[in-house]
Design a binder for this molecule. Structure first.
Ligand code: F0G
Length: 374
């Protein structure tokens, strides 16, 4: 029986590896592309969600981290560092552990979901809470990696983008071609950069500048195009942390979607390129719209994500209401991380009050009554 071998082995002929590369993998990628019936009905089209919460550490970061840590090991690294709103730190800590590297993570003061913090700690990372926001953490992490013997594994590391572009490959492999539109949340803007790179590379003949899966010393082969086209890219930032939408950095980003609480994205220009080259847009969604989309995904599609992950769905619902969503199209929305990482939002009602479980005695009739059965 075939077992998915992780994104590096599955897509070696399109990644910066060679036959002799020691692959650090937890079997990431191969995540479900799920048809969303309620959203499809809403927009009178075909809506699919790429459920990245199904990766080994519960977010899309694992696609990039397998490549970043594999490359770091190949280059002789002993230690890695990252800045993180939570998911990157969980992923870096896990992959560094398998590789036998030490891992330092810099997280903003407060506003990190408990599930993510506990992952980084469980995997033995040295966790430092920096008195500042994510952008400050990334600034320190970059300077640290420039001045000390430690490799940076944030998405400014091109290996991260290489690994994450496999998300686009999987969508095309599953659907047979690129969708009409691809929607996703935007924080530090690495993922929109990676998807756009992946869609572009899959839509034209590609020659891997690295030896890929081929035996050492063999001639590079040109791979044929897999897709006939590229999608229109729609990215969504949280309204309180929407620098690309506003056109300037936000010094005090604020949103309940802590994963994308970022005021000065590192891949800003690449995100704009993805938007402009695809004829797409980068827009913002409010925290209320994000929470409504989060609720929609769990209560109507059966998909449990963390709030930031619902930003793409929030964008689709918003633009449907604005009349910007044509009928009869195929939509793919990346939902980026698992709901179990930050479960508190499911325990709140739409009006903000706490969800209280109804108490019943251990009695069949009472339970039946409480369930409205007769
Ligand atoms: N969704 C989730 C769940 C994330 O954790 C992130 C980024 C994004 C979306 C945005 O992706 O940065 O590539 O535009 N989280 C980073 C972290 C910043 O530290 O875990 P992006």
């Amino acid at each position: 029986a075939h077992q998915w071998r992780g994104v590096i082995r599955e897509y070696a002929d399109r990644l910066p590896v060679s036959k002799s590369t020691r692959v650090v993998t937890l079997g990431e990628g191969g995540t479900p592309l799920i048809e969303a019936p309620a959203l499809s009905q809403l927009v009178d089209g075909e809506v699919w969600v790429k459920f990245e919460g199904m990766n080994p550490t519960g977010s899309f970061k694992d696609r990039g981290m397998t490549m970043a840590i594999t490359a770091a090991v190949e280059q002789g690294a002993q230690a890695v560092v990252c800045a993180s709103t939570g998911n990157t730190s969980a992923s870096a800590a896990a992959y560094a552990t398998q590789a036998g590297l030490t891992c330092a993570v810099l997280v903003p003061d407060g506003k990190i979901a408990m599930g993510k913090l506990s992952q980084a700690i469980a995997h033995g990372a040295t966790l430092l809470q920096v008195d500042g926001n994510f952008d400050n953490c990334l600034d320190v992490a970059r300077k640290l990696s420039e001045n000390y013997p430690v490799f940076l594994v944030n998405s400014v590391n091109p290996n991260r983008i290489e690994g994450q572009k496999t998300g686009a490959f999987e969508v095309v492999d599953a659907l047979g071609d690129a969708p009409d539109y691809h929607l996703l949340p935007v924080g530090n803007a690495g993922n929109i950069t990676a998807y756009w790179k992946g869609y572009q590379e899959y839509s034209r003949p590609y020659t891997n500048p690295h030896p890929g899966a081929a035996p050492a010393g063999s001639e590079p082969v040109e791979l044929p195009a897999v897709a006939t086209r590229t999608p229109t890219m729609w990215g969504f930032q949280a309204a309180g942390a929407a620098p690309i939408v506003l056109g300037h950095p936000v010094t005090e980003p604020d949103t309940i979607a802590t994963a994308i609480r970022i005021g000065n994205p590192a891949s800003w220009e690449q995100a704009e390129a993805a938007r402009d080259e695809s004829g797409g847009m980068i827009d913002s969604v409010t925290d209320d719209e994000i929470l409504a989309a989060h609720r929609w995904l769990s209560a109507r599609e059966g998909v449990f994500v963390e709030p930031a992950s619902a930003a793409g769905v929030a964008g689709l619902i918003k633009h449907h209401a604005l009349g910007n969503v044509p009928a009869g199209k195929r939509w793919v929305i990346t939902v980026t991380g698992h709901g179990l990482k930050d479960p508190q939002w499911a325990l709140r009602n739409a009006d903000g009050s706490d969800v209280e479980p109804q108490k019943v005695p251990f009695d069949v009739v009472a339970v039946a009554e409480a369930l409205g059965l007769s």
